[in-house]
Design a protein around this ligand. Structure first.
Ligand code: NAD
Ligand code: UD1
Length: 332
């Protein structure tokens, strides 16, 4: 059965492509490589021993998406393609709205044309804004504080309207918490260029000596040690969550929303300490001012996804720290 994976060369898409191939699906990837490299395709093939079809191009390109659907009998789409840097979205909002929303509209139009009405969409815990209650359930109030988050919320709205207009659609919206780690092979993972915005890539660059010191953004939050608390989830668990979501979509599930998180929050200091212990390295840090827009704590209530899909995270923070570092060391 052929599954189209948009953004399949990226961090989450590539790990999910591996899980899909291992589960016996045929995978077609479309990616314009704006935030990834083509080598990933070879790595996916190497890990799984299976072939992947790859189209280099933009999901905003109607002719390309039409061509892909005309050449393949696609049963469902996992839609990862999108820009995701919060800070950049504030300085370039139109780029984010154009890329993330246009690509989704285009995809949905072509899917409608070919009567492929099964889609799993990558949303984010960012749609919960600054949560009023923890842990966060799927029916918590939604709001965003930046254009990136707004694109996720608008796309969720578009998908809901598409479903309302035509109940033949099966649409699952997955709201990811904070994915970390890498495939255990060390062949795929996350290693952004330049100075990273997110915590784990920054820790790694300090551990490898590429950056001198980790800045911890505030230790005066209302959390056990004062540093920010997040629900970190291993990328392999996250990828496997997509397989469960896809299985349900293919059975005909209607419109669903699931949190993909572990349900447990860890502080920045806990993450740094675990990383140092597991990898036997030092990560020098200093406390600096809070980062504007940051929230104190954010973690999921993952009970709904467990009850409905039987999915829960299996790997722990040590696995995330070990695998994240292993990937970077191996590819250095
Ligand atoms: P990523 O940047 O590693 O992967 C996204 C991929 O999409 C990249 O390979 C990029 O080249 C491609 N892409 C972007 N726009 C495209 C377009 N118009 N046409 C074709 N390809 C395009 O990001 P990721 O971390 O793998 O995230 C995947 C999805 O999950 C994104 O939609 C992101 O917003 C969402 N998400 C990510 C996180 C996270 O922490 N990584 C958290 C919540 C949600
Ligand atoms: C960020 C995004 C969010 C996105 C998520 C996953 C912001 C404001 N939010 O979430 O929309 O869905 O990434 O891509 O960018 N920290 C430090 N020092 C650092 C980096 C981070 O102390 O150098 C702290 C942060 O204050 C936070 C925690 O580490 O408490 C995690 O930060 P990060 O990895 O950037 O993720 P989020 O802010 O949760």
């Amino acid at each position: 059965m052929e599954i189209l994976v948009t953004g399949g060369c990226g961090y989450i898409g590539s790990h999910t492509a591996v899980s899909l191939l291992e589960a016996g699906y045929d995978v077609i990837i479309v990616d314009n490589l704006c935030n990834s490299k083509m080598d990933v395709i070879d790595s996916i093939k190497k890990i799984t021993g299976k072939d992947v079809k790859f189209y280099k191009g933009n999901v905003c390109d109607y002719a390309l998406i039409n061509k892909i659907f005309s050449h393949h009998k696609i049963a469902a789409v996992l839609h990862f393609a999108g820009l995701k840097a919060v800070g950049e979205s504030v300085s370039k909002p139109l780029l984010y709205y154009r890329n993330n929303i246009d690509s989704t509209l285009n995809l949905l139009e072509v899917m409608t044309k070919y009567n492929c009405k099964n889609i799993v969409f990558s949303s984010s815990a960012t749609v919960y804004g600054s949560p009023q209650t923890l842990p966060i359930k799927e029916d918590a109030p939604l709001t965003t504080t930046n254009p990136y988050g707004s694109t996720k919320l608008y796309i969720e709205g578009i998908l809901k309207d598409v479903y309302t207009a035509d109940n033949d659609w099966n649409i699952t919206i997955l709201r990811y918490f904070n994915p970390l780690g890498a495939h255990k092979s060390g062949l795929i993972g996350e290693n952004p260029n330049g100075i990273p915005n997110n915590l784990m890539p920054y820790i790694i660059k300090v551990a490898t000596g590429e950056l001198p010191i980790l800045n911890i953004f505030g230790n005066d939050y209302d959390t056990p040690d004062g540093t920010g608390v997040r629900d970190y989830i291993h990328i392999t668990d996250l990828a496997n969550g997509h397989i469960k979501a896809l299985e349900e979509v293919l059975k005909g599930s209607g419109l669903k929303y699931y949190n993909l998180g572990t349900g447990k929050g860890y502080s920045v200091l806990e993450l740094v300490k675990t990383f140092e212990q597991v990898n036997n390295v030092k990560v020098p840090y200093q406390i600096v001012d809070r980062r504007p827009g940051d929230i104190a704590a954010c973690y999921a209530d993952p009970s709904s996804v467990y009850q409905c899909l039987g999915w829960k995270a299996e790997l722990n923070l040590e696995d995330m720290c070990r695998d994240a570092y292993n990937y970077v060391i191996k590819t250095k």
